[in-house]
Ligand binder design. Structure first.
Ligand code: GTP
Ligand code: NA
Ligand code: MG
Length: 280
């Protein structure tokens, strides 16, 4: 086989933190959207996957996670498909149980962390106290002589966002993230559900290769042929390359979050791989 040609790819950044510390608001501010307003009770119920193109033309993939106890599994998964974690800590509330849980997931995944101290617009905000409390969990930010980058932000007032983007890009640059786009796609299911009109739908994060309409694939123990690909803006696309989140239609059933997507040469091979995985 010819050696693989690696090309740089967008960093995959997962936003984690305690419930209501402003993860979705921060992502809304970065994207110029208003997802929180559309959420039932302002509570995130699933992992949202979005791409942001920065002013400088760099692309960053973001995964938004829920802050609730019931979603511990999902947060753990988020940490596993990610290059960088943004730990959101509300400066008025400080470190809370799910902040600490997110720290532990991040450490376990061996992923670099950037701390976004949010809600700094509030009069009761105390960012210094957040930095001190982080020390107790061996997170030493630059200000305290350590190496973890931190940034004071307000998702509400949209302050500190450029600095946050800069720090993400700086971290990504150091990591030299690459993938070969010119091969059969591989990826991971971020979330999946049975949709009334569309049948089984999975949101997949492509890790390597390029996924194309018409590709035959296996996801977990399900197989299928890509009938349509829908990007994070709701548009139909023909292809999805490395670090791109995309909805796939054309599945035989609903896979599980975390399941591996593999594109194979033909349907016979897909059935073979699916059967093998069912036995595991
Ligand atoms: P879950 O997904 O439910 O865990 O919450 P979340 O972390 O995504 O928080 P969300 O974005 O839903 O924000 C929670 C509340 O905090 C909302 O009422 C926001 O308007 C508010 N909020 C978020 N960011 C800021 C901020 O920078 N300043 C102030 N004052 N309020 C904020
Ligand atoms: Na919320
Ligand atoms: Mg949220």
């Amino acid at each position: 086989d010819a050696p693989e040609t690696l090309k740089s790819r967008a960093p995959v950044v997962t936003i984690m933190g305690h419930v209501d510390h402003g993860k979705t608001s921060l992502l809304d501010a970065l994207r110029g959207t208003d997802v929180v307003a559309g959420e039932s009770g302002g509570i995130t119920q699933h992992i949202g996957a979005y791409q942001v193109t920065t002013k400088g033309g760099d692309v960053i993939t973001f995964l938004d996670t829920p802050g609730h106890e019931a979603f511990s599994e999902m947060r753990a998964r988020g940490a596993n498909v990610t290059d960088i974690v943004i730990l959101v800590v509300a400066a008025d509330d400080g470190l809370m149980p799910q902040t600490i849980e997110a720290i532990n997931h991040t450490k376990a995944a061996g992923v670099p962390m950037i701390v976004a101290i949010n809600k700094c617009d509030k009069p009761e905000a105390n960012p210094q106290k957040v930095r001190e409390r982080l020390l107790e969990h061996e997170i030493v930010v630059e200000d305290m002589g350590g190496e973890v980058q931190d940034v004071q932000v307000s998702a509400l007032k949209k302050t500190g966002l450029d600095e946050l983007i800069e720090k993400i890009l700086l971290q990504a640059e150091v990591m030299e993230l690459t993938a070969n786009p010119d091969r059969a796609a591989e990826g991971n299911v971020i979330e999946a559900q049975l949709d009334k009109g569309r049948g089984a739908v999975a949101t997949v994060l492509v890790r390597k290769g390029t996924l194309k309409v018409g590709d035959t694939f296996v996801i977990g123990a399900e197989s299928g042929k890509v009938r349509a690909l829908i990007n994070d803006k709701g548009q139909n696309v023909k292809t999805a390359g490395p670090s791109t989140p995309v909805e796939i239609l054309g599945l035989s059933g609903v896979p599980m979050a975390g399941d591996q997507l593999t594109v194979v040469e033909n349907e016979a091979r897909a059935r073979e791989v699916a059967a093998y995985r069912q036995e595991q």
